[in-house]
Design a protein around this ligand. Structure first.
Ligand code: GLY
Length: 327
């Protein structure tokens, strides 16, 4: 069988991961290994405040991580959500896929499984992320209805920080964050290996200041992630509630299955999002890679990019995402 040209597609924050993934693919590695490796690199980067270590915390100042991985050859998938106190959720998601008869583990179950497979607990909070949390709740962010005890917790912030949650209502405090990439961000990796297999991986700390236990689209197969060797791989970043409500990743795949071009399929998924009437604070980005190596990015807001790198290239390159209003 003729080998295929390896290719990696990533969200804009995936440059280091995409480079490492391509190195692995060039050596004959599998797409599934490549996207996991790429995600781990982003998860370990404290400068990325939307993913893994250093991710912005929830309204209580705790980091809760979501991730999923999907194998386009077998359609097997694994995911974790609300993972607290452990790093590299993508690797745990892969273990869910490979070692359990399940797809998704959440919260205490995910933590229990992490310990069971030998992972060591690791505080995912960085000083910088906690300072951002403090800034949100104390220095600038006193919104009407902010819980007094949160403000007090933030005032007392020291490192190592031990936060005392007295169980006060939080709904008024977990408001929608500003539409910045590091408050609604996520990392996406899609890959095709030399065997023509596709894989996809998505990892996030979720939207900043979220209500404890809130889960976005990233660990929801069909919403923020989907991969099928026959049609393509698709992943999302942005306000996860939109991709959950519109089943965005799977929708793109189904539009491709129905015979649309990649451009038409992406537009149709954007139209589905627009029908939800997102607020000015909410955006959705999509990346897609087909079995033939065609790739594209789509966005509900102008001026967004994504990364791609084929085995012929020296480094990942940026490409513009097509916005909904493009002709
Ligand atoms: N897209 C990441 C999230 O909404 O959690």
């Amino acid at each position: 069988m003729a080998t295929k040209m390896p290719i990696v597609v990533a969200s804009e924050n995936g440059r280091a991961g995409a480079t490492a993934a391509m190195e692995l693919l060039r050596q004959g590695g599998a797409a599934l290994d490549a996207v996991e490796l790429a995600c781990r690199i982003t998860e370990d980067d404290p400068a990325d405040h939307s993913v893994g270590y250093g991710g912005l915390p929830n309204v209580l100042g705790e980091v809760e991580l979501d991730a999923s991985i999907m194998d386009g050859r077998t359609l097997r998938s694994g995911a974790v959500a609300g993972l607290h106190g452990y790093g590299n959720p993508i690797t745990l998601a892969r273990k869910v896929m490979e070692e359990l008869p399940h797809v998704l583990l959440v919260g205490s179950g995910a933590q229990r499984f992490a310990a069971e497979v030998g992972k060591s607990p690791a505080d995912q909070r960085t000083e910088e992320a906690l300072l951002r949390w403090r800034e949100r709740f104390v220095d600038h962010g006193l919104t009407p209805g902010s819980s007094e005890h949160l403000i007090e917790m933030a005032r007392q912030l020291t490192r190592p920080v031990v936060l005392q949650d007295r169980g006060a209502p939080l709904a008024a405090s977990s408001l929608e964050p500003a539409p910045r990439d590091d408050t609604q961000g996520t990392v996406n990796f899609l890959a095709r290996d030399q065997f023509g297999d596709l894989a996809s991986a998505v990892s996030t700390s979720g939207i900043a200041w979220k209500y404890p236990g809130r889960v976005g689209d990233s660990p929801i197969i069909g919403a923020g992630n989907y991969c099928d060797n026959r049609y393509g791989a698709v992943a999302c970043t942005g306000m996860g509630e939109l991709a959950i409500r519109a089943s965005t990743a799977r929708s793109v795949i189904l539009y491709l299955k129905g015979g649309m071009s990649l451009r038409e399929a992406g537009f149709e998924a954007l139209r589905d999002i627009a029908y939800l009437q997102p607020s000015a604070h909410q955006y959705m980005n999509i990346v897609a890679l087909t079995p033939t190596g065609e790739h594209a990015g789509f966005t509900t807001v102008a001026g967004r990019s994504y990364l791609y790198m084929s085995a012929e290239m020296d480094a990942p390159e940026l490409a513009a995402r097509t916005p909904l209003d493009a002709k």
